[in-house]
Design a protein around this ligand. Structure first.
Ligand SMILES: NC(=O)c1ccc[n+]([C@@H]2O[C@H](COP(=O)([O-])OP(=O)(O)OC[C@H]3O[C@@H](n4cnc5c(N)ncnc54)[C@H](OP(=O)(O)O)[C@@H]3O)[C@@H](O)[C@H]2O)c1
Length: 440
């Protein structure tokens, strides 16, 4: 294996002699862990520090080659006293237990694992505090775009009150493909799997569960809010069709897999799921597997961070930056960057009860055995305080005659009541998705 050859033959260059050398242990030698080892080997003495991977934890060492010693004994790795432990196992356990034991011993930890951070951040950050060390997780959300650390260190820019984001590349790719002409969801998903954007089992991406975990991490990091995944109303992209995207374009927008949260008035409103995004909104320009987050700060105009959401190589670069920052923070006894500087105790203790009932426009699909008169739909909606802004003609190129509407802003409860009444009165099948504001 070429990279292993390079490790063995690496000749410390004169420039490397005075450089800092970090002994790093890896939990996991899968896509991310092995990419970290390769990048560390390629990078030699810099930038920042020479990183020596002293070992990696795996489930099985049988018949495989690697650039560093592999082990199935987590305790041995932790007890070897690495300068930093990098966690790239995935899932909550055994990652939680191993990371806890490292933090308690004062070993800085860098994690790429959104599930771990979404479910156990409080416990882990408390252990880091007790151990006098730091926990970093920049790669857990939009791995290729370093924004968590930036916002965490900058109290004015980081004083957020709302975020609108595309946090999952697989679903953004699928909806982009449908918009670009893929005939149906299954074709777009198969293409995503062929290109390596989607797992063989894409359920966690397609259902929105992956994005919901990332939103929980963001709510805690940027808003100091104690949310759990079950607090976030989450819907998947499975029901979205190409005609939906064509109609969204007719209304001057598109459909994106959105993660939204607003905590400007104390309690958070949040959702994860497909949403109508006007063409004037920067998230509408994120195509393919790209991710992005628009951050609304109390003190600055909205800022968009966008780029690669995942991929072993970009994730490895972000992890190694975290490794260097973690050791700098630990040696300077400045552990505060492991949590947002502005997340004072009063903010962190605030509970989050996200609710779906926010006031917004709605993108609506109506399917009916027989087309319904537009004026009657508008009248019924108006009786519930829902005003129709745009509507299409009935399409007969779908399984059932179908029309799409865009409403003016109204409460989610009103939209729900209007659509339920219409369904009861006519037997039509109604689906609705929220809209983001124009973003201007
Ligand atoms: N892939 C990406 O682009 C990306 C981007 C950002 C963040 N992440 C996050 O990074 C983490 C790792 O992702 P990945 O894609 O590298 O996963 P992966 O390819 O499945 O690798 C997981 C590694 O962890 C090891 N492992 C898992 N459970 C274990 C256990 N109970 N005991 C010992 N070893 C165990 C596996 O061992 P074996 O090799 O023996 O199976 C494997 O080496 C996840 O949290 C993921 O969400 C991934």
């Amino acid at each position: 294996m070429l990279v292993c050859d390079r490790i063995v033959r690496r000749d410390p260059s004169p420039a490397a002699e005075g450089a800092v050398r970090l002994r790093v242990a890896l939990l996991g030698y899968g896509q991310v862990g092995s990419a970290v080892a390769r990048l560390a080997a390629r990078s030699g003495a810099g930038p920042g520090a020479a990183v020596d991977i002293i070992g990696a934890l795996v489930r099985s060492t049988a018949s495989r080659s690697a650039c560093c010693p592999l082990t199935t004994e987590a305790a041995t790795l932790v007890e070897s006293g690495p300068d930093v432990l990098v966690e790239a196992l995935g899932g909550a356990e055994p990652a939680r237990q191993i990371v806890l034991s490292a933090l308690e011993r004062g070993i800085p930890v860098v994690s790429a694992n959104k599930t771990l951070i979404a479910t156990h951040a409080d416990e882990l950050l408390a252990a880091a505090e007790r151990g006098g060390t730091t926990l970093r997780y920049e790669a857990a959300v939009i791995a290729g775009v370093p924004f968590l650390g930036t916002l965490g260190r900058r109290p004015y820019a980081g004083a957020c009150r709302r975020i609108e984001a595309v946090l999952n590349g697989t679903t953004n790719f699928i909806l982009s493909e449908l918009e670009a002409g893929a005939p149906d969801f299954a074709t777009a998903l198969a293409d995503a799997q062929r290109r390596g954007y989607a797992e063989p089992n894409p359920a966690k991406d397609v259902s929105g569960a992956d994005a919901a975990e990332k939103l929980v991490v963001l709510l805690r990091h940027l808003g100091g809010l104690n949310a759990t995944v079950s607090d976030i109303p989450t819907s998947g992209i499975g029901g979205i069709t190409r005609p939906d995207l064509v109609s969204a374009r007719d209304f001057g927008g598109t459909l994106k897999p959105v993660a939204f949260a607003d905590w400007s008035d104390g309690c958070a409103t949040a959702f994860v799921g497909p949403a109508f995004v006007p063409a004037t909104h920067p998230l509408s320009t994120l195509h393919g597997a790209d991710n992005g987050i628009r951050v609304y700060s109390e003190h600055l105009p909205p800022v968009l961070f966008a780029g690669a959401g995942a991929g072993p190589d970009v994730t490895a670069a972000t992890i190694l930056d975290d490794v260097i920052e973690a050791t700098e923070a630990t040696s300077s006894a400045n552990h505060s960057a492991s949590r947002p500087a502005f997340a004072s105790p009063d903010r962190r203790d605030r509970d989050c009860r996200p609710q779906a009932a926010r006031r917004t426009s709605w993108f609506v699909r109506l399917e009916s055995k027989d087309p319904l008169p537009a004026a009657e739909i508008a009248d019924l909606f108006a009786s519930y305080g829902v005003w129709v802004h745009r509507t299409t003609d009935w399409s007969r190129r779908t399984a059932l005659p179908t029309t799409w509407l865009l409403t003016h802003p109204c409460a989610g409860t009103s939209a729900h009541a209007a659509l339920s009444a219409l369904s009861s009165a006519t037997g039509c099948i109604a689906s609705r998705w929220p809209s983001l504001e124009s973003g201007r």
